[in-house]
Design a protein around this ligand. Sequence first.
Ligand code: 5GP
Length: 114
Amino acid sequence: MAEKTIFGKIIDREIPAKIVYEDDLCLAFEDIHPQAPTHLIVIPKKAIPSVDDVAEADEAIVGLLFVAMRKIAAELGLTDGYRVVTNCGRDAGQEVMHLHFHFLAGRRFTWPPG
Ligand code: 5GP
């Protein structure tokens, strides 16, 4: 079995995090190094390493992550928008090998990203 990641430890409450949303399949918590006034990490509780590892059987879980983000945005009153980002693999700079979406809000974002 793969070694538990830092996000797996947050799911299991082995290390602390500021959790802002939780349901049976998803968890969202504040990023420890925020890049915007709101910077959340949104993850499935299932240990899927990255987009590269998403199976057909995971389609409902991945869809539910977006439902969770829509609920979070409504809860936080983010009527001016937000950005959702996922890094997959080395070239994208993925550090934690547990599928996650960065949920960023509270400032204007540029495009293209760096
Ligand atoms: P990645 O580069 O893999 O897409 O993003 C990993 C993110 O996880 C980074 O934004 C980083 O700040 C965040 N992170 C890493 N370790 C921890 C931690 O222990 N707690 C929290 N809340 N965030 C973390």
